[in-house]
Design a protein around this ligand. Structure first.
Ligand code: PMP
Length: 383
């Protein structure tokens, strides 16, 4: 049996989430915008889901805007502020070189539209510093956008320190929390975090749903404009009929994450320890400071092992990836590891292992055998 170790790309849905969604699909086919009892029930179900999602970030239900996933949330958070930045003359944004492409590409669009974007590098351990963020701020800075946990290395960023530093400033803070939401405790509760992007399929919920949490500060909403026009749903920020069963699934996944975060993290830490001990003979290099790495991921290079060759050779035993799933579609080297200063030889060998609390134990001895063969083939071809 192939053990799935690509949970940072997508987690399997929790059976309890599927059960909740199935019931919703079967019983609640109404449109949440309709005025009759079917519509009312759909709206109530969606609002309960909003509450459950918001609770994990210390937000109220009317601050939760459902989207199709974190990519859309990131686009809405960043491009949605463009008009405000242009009309107020605040056209400077601070972010980091290790953001997901769904942050970096909207930022590039903003740059083409006259914004100045400062992208800060991480240290060699894959972490940015709150001090560097503060030092980069200017009088015309509109926004800082920083992810909470990196999808390729699992390294968590100093979100609390950044939020603390921005709390008394008139600068918006957006956190791409696709990887950390439901896993990093109360960090996202900080009231100076104005915008939070989340994704259902990273927390054992369904694919195709996420949210942008749009938090009021001093009873003021961030000055976002919608990216699409239509029926005015989702507080006017995201038009289109709400997929109620997906929202309900996300709500259930958030509820379970809140209840089970500690036990899940403990199980993930045990898996990590076992993985690390099992692979010691190869003396792998870890990409990402282990002191700040989330319990469910590790990024490793093995001497003389090419990642693509290893992914193929491990088929049937492990499903792992190199870089992010989106990056591997584009077949480019990891911009995250490159920004960390990882040498070219190691870049080609980097493998991302990411798991969950229920991941079964792989046959590590067989995995080691495959990696030994990869090394032997590589040594033979370089002779
Ligand atoms: N940001 C990060 C950090 C991610 O890991 C991902 C998913 N790989 C996304 C954004 C995009 O999320 P979604 O798949 O929900 O669009």
């Amino acid at each position: 049996m192939t053990v799935y170790l690509d949970c940072n790309a997508s987690t399997p849905p929790d059976p309890r989430v599927l059960e909740t969604m199935w019931r919703c699909y079967a019983l609640e086919h109404g449109n949440a915008g309709s005025p009759h009892e079917f519509g009312r029930r759909a709206k109530e179900a969606a609002n309960l889901a909003r509450e459950l999602v918001g609770a994990l970030a210390g937000a109220r239900r009317h601050e939760v805007v459902f989207t199709s996933g974190a990519t859309e949330s990131n686009n809405l958070a960043l491009l949605g502020l463009a008009e405000h930045g242009q009309t107020t003359g605040r056209r400077h944004i601070v972010s980091t070189q290790i953001e997901h492409k769904s942050v970096l590409e909207p930022l590039e669009l903003l740059r083409q539209r006259g914004f100045e974007i400062t992208l800060l590098p991480p240290n060699a351990g894959g972490r940015v510093s709150a001090g560097d963020i503060v030092a980069a701020l200017r009088d015309d800075t509109l926004l800082a956008s920083v992810q909470d946990v990196n999808n390729e290395t699992g390294v968590s960023q100093p979100i609390s320190e950044i939020a603390e530093a921005l709390a008394d400033k008139n600068i918006l803070l957006h956190v791409d929390a696709a990887q950390g939401f439901g896993k990093t405790g109360a960090i996202l509760h900080h009231q100076a975090i104005d915008l939070i992007s989340i994704s259902g399929h990273k927390i054992y919920g369904p694919q195709g749903i996420g949210a942008l949490i749009v938090r009021r500060r001093n009873s003021q909403l961030p000055p976002l404009a919608p990216l699409m026009t239509g029926g005015g749903q989702e507080f006017g920020l995201r038009p289109g009929t709400l997929p109620v069963a997906l929202a309900v699934g996300l709500g259930k996944a958030a509820e379970l994450a809140g209840l089970e975060a500690n036990t899940r993290a403990e199980k993930c830490r045990a898996f990590r320890k076992h993985l690390w001990e099992s692979l010691q003979e190869f003396r792998p290099t870890i990409h990402g400071d282990p002191n700040f790495t989330a319990p469910h991921a590790i990024n490793l290079s093995f001497p003389n092992v090419d990642s693509e060759q290893a992914i193929e050779a491990l088929a049937g035993l492990l499903a792992v990836s190199n870089g992010s799933a989106c990056t591997s579609v584009c077949a480019t080297a990891s911009h995250v590891l490159a920004a960390m200063g990882v040498a070219a030889a190691e870049l080609d060998g980097a493998l991302r292992f990411s798991w969950m609390h229920d991941t079964p134990t792989p046959d590590w001895e067989a995995v080691c055998g495959v990696l030994r063969e990869c090394q032997a083939a590589s040594n033979a071809s370089s002779r």
